[in-house]
Design a protein around this ligand. Structure first.
Ligand code: 3VV
Length: 224
């Protein structure tokens, strides 16, 4: 059995996601297409003057309408936390790589993603910081799937072999050990059968103040 994570979240219940704004999701999807297209352009192969003007026009239209960041932050932490806006897979976040997470019967969480040129580090390979970003976030999912939560206190990562761009990658994470407030969580990235990355993180139960809600604290990942 595999369960798509993020929309609902057993075994730790989280509030429902806010109703999506279809036009916001669509804008982000279009921005992602642009991001991949622009990252893939070779110099001088396409005449970009007109495109740059049109992008500037869209940005000029948008910028004056953007509310203060404090207002956006407050909205993000109302109801379902920042799940829709987070930088890994968040449908409202243009920089988010398009990762989908699944919870498995064996207690692990898997994710599948193919990363494009915008995420390049070494030639033809995924930037190590991008791998780390996805792993950190995914460990948070694995903790929840295992009935735990917490903030990342420490994590270590071993890059065992190059992680290819433009090929399906399988991420996997699971809770390895628990002790009081501490949760140790492991994760791997594979390209086919080849191990590319392995990591281990320490998460500590903790809470942080919720922006715009002085009376509330969030346990990070609880969607409080
Ligand atoms: C997003 C919302 C989604 C909602 C939807 C839910 C479903 C989805 C689920 C999930 C997806 C989301 C997943 C998110 C993932 C993102 C994760 C992050 O990016 S977290 C940001 C980065 N991390 C920080 O900013 C922490 C900063 N650090 C701190 O605030 C503190 O250091 C803290 C709270 C971690 C610990 O501080 P203390 O004061 O509570 O604890 P002390 O007393 O220092 O330590 C307690 C024990 O832990 C050990 N310890 C502490 N830090 C350690 C370290 N770095 N290394 C090793 N041991 C450490 C200590 O030695 C001590 O151990 P002894 O009890 O004595 O055995």
């Amino acid at each position: 059995m595999r369960e798509r994570l993020g929309d609902t979240f057993d075994p730790i219940a989280v509030p429902d996601l806010p109703t999506p704004d279809p036009d916001l999701d669509r804008s982000v999807a279009e921005l992602r297409r642009l991001r991949e297209a622009i990252a893939g352009l070779a110099h001088s192969e396409v005449e970009l003057g007109d495109i740059a003007d049109r992008l500037a026009e869209a940005a000029d239209l948008l910028e004056p309408r953007v509310p203060e960041p404090a207002r956006r932050l407050e909205a993000m932490w109302t109801g379902a936390g920042s799940r829709r806006a987070n930088p890994v897979g968040g449908p409202e976040n243009p920089i988010a790589p398009p990762v989908r997470f699944f919870g498995c019967d064996d207690g692990s969480v898997t994710a599948e993603v193919t990363l494009g040129l915008a995420y390049q580090g070494p030639p033809g390979c995924v930037h190590g910081g991008i791998s780390a970003l996805i792993i950190d976030h995914m460990m948070g999912f694995a903790n929840h799937w295992g009935g735990r939560y917490g903030m990342t206190a420490h994590y270590e990562i071993d890059y065992r072999s190059p992680t290819p761009l433009l090929r399906p990658l399988t991420f996997r994470s699971w809770v390895d050990e628990v002790d009081g407030r501490k949760t140790w969580t492991k994760a791997t990235i594979h390209a086919g059968d080849r191990l590319c990355v392995e990591a281990r993180g320490l998460f500590l139960e903790a809470s942080v103040a919720v922006p715009g809600h002085p009376d509330r604290r969030s346990t990070v990942g609880d969607g409080a």
